[in-house]
Design a protein around this ligand. Structure first.
Ligand code: C5P
Length: 298
């Protein structure tokens, strides 16, 4: 019996807080952000290939391009070079995380590829090396190596793992069309940003207690709402559903709201039917950490 593929499931993320402190000399923006894993999952199945080729298949077909620009293939090529591997891999990616929606789907896939390929190719790469490769692939990629809740600074890649948040549930309204993160940041007028960093949220990071939800904000939201009015309409719809918090995730266009339990999230979702709501839990670290699992072959 031939062994089955190595399977890595990767969750999405939302930013419960995203402060932009300013533009950096390298063109990126300096952030302070609270990232949390969310139970909407992509899945990667990895098969070894002896001849050294790297191949990606995507399901549903066309959900994202399966070419060399896909972060999964970029991760694979980068890892193969860094680890001096001669073998290849065939990777089948099943997409469920909305694409270009600020939920980190492409970044999650890239992190899962790194973790899966390290196992498939029997690399002894240390955690710090995986983190460095992840940061080269994208600002959100290292978070998925940490999982749970984490505080991000710098480009978003300087991460501090945090204790799990309460078992809250989310309703997410994916955007109608993908939004380019680069486009959002280039449209952001840094001069109009609030001068004062949120001391309240930072105090919670250092002091613990309850997350001060009323201080959570996303500094990209006004720019995205101004350019993509449909996002503003979704935000209006989701506000007023008895939520704890409602905001844009990352650079959008997914908007989400937080509820204290699953029943309340489903009740809110039933009122948001036309917007194609997803209902998902926030995930603790134990559930969301990427791990390869070998399935039984046929
Ligand atoms: O790091 P990543 O490639 O995912 O970022 C995509 C784009 O988002 C960058 O090219 C940059 O324009 C913008 N960005 C930024 N500051 C960050 C993260 C991303 O300006 N901290």
């Amino acid at each position: 019996m031939s062994p089955g593929p190595l399977v890595v499931r990767c969750p999405a993320k939302v930013n419960l807080h995203l402060e932009v402190l300013g533009r950096r000399p390298d063109g990126y923006h300096e952030l302070r952000t609270l990232l949390v894993a969310v139970g909407v999952w992509d899945e990667l199945s990895l098969f070894p290939v002896a001849d050294g080729t790297l191949r990606l298949d995507v399901e549903p077909a066309g959900a994202v391009p399966a070419d060399a620009d896909n972060l999964v293939l970029r991760a694979a090529a980068m890892a193969r070079e860094a680890w001096g591997v001669a073998a290849g891999a065939h990777i089948a990616l099943r997409k469920s995380i909305p694409v270009g929606g600020g939920m980190g789907g492409g970044s999650a896939d890239a992190a899962a590829a790194l973790v899966g390929l390290a196992r498939l190719w029997e690399s002894s790469a240390a955690a710090a090396e995986l983190h460095a490769l992840a940061a080269r692939l994208g600002s959100d990629v290292p978070f998925f190596l940490v999982g749970g809740a984490a505080w991000g600074e710098g480009r978003g890649t300087d991460l501090r793992p945090l204790p799990d948040l309460p078992p809250w549930w989310l309703v997410l309204l994916p955007g109608e069309a993908p939004i380019s993160t680069a486009q959002v940041y280039s449209a952001l007028e840094v001069g109009t940003l609030r001068r004062s960093p949120s001391a309240t949220v930072y105090d919670w990071i250092t002091g613990g207690g309850e997350l001060p939800l009323s201080a959570c904000r996303n500094d990209l939201e006004p720019t995205v709402v101004a350019r993509w009015p449909a996002v503003g309409r979704r935000l209006e719809a989701i506000r007023g559903t008895d939520q704890l918090l409602a905001m844009l995730s990352g650079s959008g266009g997914t908007v989400f709201a937080v509820y204290p339990d699953e029943a309340r999230a489903h009740r809110a979702a039933s009122r948001l039917g036309p917007y194609g709501p997803l209902v998902a839990p926030l995930l603790g670290r134990a559930l969301s950490l990427l791990r390869p699992s070998v399935l039984e072959g046929p």
